[in-house]
Design a protein around this ligand. Structure first.
Ligand code: CTP
Length: 398
């Protein structure tokens, strides 16, 4: 995901510095060329050697440590200026104050100063230090100058206090770097509405009807669109997936909740991608109390839900692109072509539950992209890569 990208980690002296070994390792696994510079204090929490072994690159801790070989490249300048993205984490109150005020008196503050790439700053400190108006003022100043602040998490802090100030998990930090750098921002300015996951149709206070959708395909579409710079809203049924960085998430339960949220947001959207497995039927009546068993069989009366894609397709606005999914177990292409026409969609992403590697729960998919003019069968690939292909095709239709 980060092939060819140069990521610079700037580690300052907070207890959470040890978490940065995981961050470095995860970025290396995504094929990034990872460089690290540290303050002297950071080396008291984690040795520089840990990072040099993980990244296979020399780690710099002191501007005056530069060897004669380094004079050609001048690391405190070249490290920052050659990076595609810089992550300052953990960022102590001290390093935040220095960067916000143009002070350059250690390896990290000196290296950040000449950099022109996106700079992410992850504050990590005691809750009262974080809430101190001087620190907050410095953070606001950094935001005004275009630095991106990764909000600290709340929880039990190493100093013994409970509150806001924890360095977010390595996974979150890596996701923030991926969001900044993984893709060209070719969807900037586009409003994208995506839906995902199953719906739940209640029978009584205890039971509901649902399906096997995991939401993975829709979340991959939302993530790929956000990584490409789009303004993304994701309406999702109950799933156990993390919200992708930069995505505005709306949680719903039933097909009728999904209908409400999607029709509300659709008019404002340039691109609508509907991957949710919306229930076609819902119980005619929801029992107020738990339905008790009896000796005989039980029949449940179901009524049709509204077809959201069809409704949105009927009022499609000029220039809007609408994409549906089609999940079939037989006659995949024939049935999907019918949905393209009957729902007035610009594209249907057809996938068969019977093909190994495709369908619910798994991380891969095999999709055929069907438009009025052509059909493109994609090979087996990750849902994220499939999402990128869907977006590539959408951009040719726009
Ligand atoms: N869809 C929808 N509202 C529904 C049912 C489906 O918006 N009540 C959307 C899905 O999100 C998907 C597309 O319609 O983008 C096709 O869904 P699919 O389940 O494959 O087909 P259905 O239209 O439900 O038809 P059938 O179940 O008969 O295959």
């Amino acid at each position: 995901m980060l092939s060819g990208k140069n990521i610079l980690l700037c580690v300052s002296g907070g207890i959470a510095a040890y978490k940065m070994a995981d961050v470095a390792s995860m970025l290396v696994k995504l094929n990034a060329d990872v460089h690290v510079c540290m303050t002297e204090n950071a080396t008291k929490f984690i040795p520089a050697e840990t990072f040099s072994v993980l990244t296979k690159n020399k780690v710099y801790t002191d501007v005056f440590d530069e060897t004669p070989d380094d004079y050609i490249n001048v690391p405190h300048i070249s490290l920052g200026t050659s990076a595609d993205c810089i992550l300052v984490a953990p960022a102590t109150a001290n390093i935040i104050g220095k960067i916000a005020n143009g002070i350059a008196d250690d390896m990290v503050s000196t290296t950040v100063l000449p950099a022109r790439c996106p700079i992410l700053i992850a504050p990590s400190m005691n809750v009262y230090m974080f809430e101190n108006p001087i620190v907050q003022d410095n953070i606001e100043k950094l935001k005004r100058f275009g630095y991106k602040i990764i909000e600290p998490a709340s929880g039990h802090l190493a100093c013994g206090y409970d509150g806001k100030g924890k360095l977010p998990s390595p996974e979150t930090l890596v996701e923030c770097v991926v969001y900044e750098t993984a893709e060209e921002k070719d969807m900037k300015g586009k409003k994208v509405l995506v839906n995902a996951g199953p719906t739940r149709e209640s029978l009584d206070p205890v039971r509901f009807i649902t399906n096997h959708s995991s939401g993975k395909m829709g979340f991959a579409v939302a993530k790929a669109a956000a990584n490409r710079g789009a303004d993304v809203t994701l309406v999702t049924g109950p799933v156990s997936l993390e919200t992708p960085v930069g995505v505005n998430r709306i949680d719903i339960e039933s097909a009728s909740d999904m209908y409400e949220e999607m029709t509300k947001a659709a008019a404002e959207s340039d691109i609508i991608i509907m991957s949710a497995a919306v229930a076609d039927y819902t119980p005619n009546e929801v029992a107020d109390n738990k339905i008790k068993k009896s000796d005989g069989n039980l029949a449940i009366d179901l009524k049709r839900t509204q077809d959201i894609l069809k409704t949105i397709g009927e009022v499609k606005k000029e220039g809007q692109i609408i994409v549906g999914f089609s999940m079939e177990t037989e006659n995949l292409l024939e049935n999907s072509r019918k949905k393209l026409i009957s729902k007035n969609a610009d594209m249907i992403c057809a996938n068969s539950l019977k093909t190994p590697g495709a369908g619910y729960q798994v991380d891969t998919n095999i999709i055929t992209l069907i438009t009025k003019d052509d059909e493109e069968e994609l090979p087996l690939m990750s849902k994220y890569d499939a999402a990128k292909k869907i977006l590539d095709k959408v951009l040719t239709l726009a």
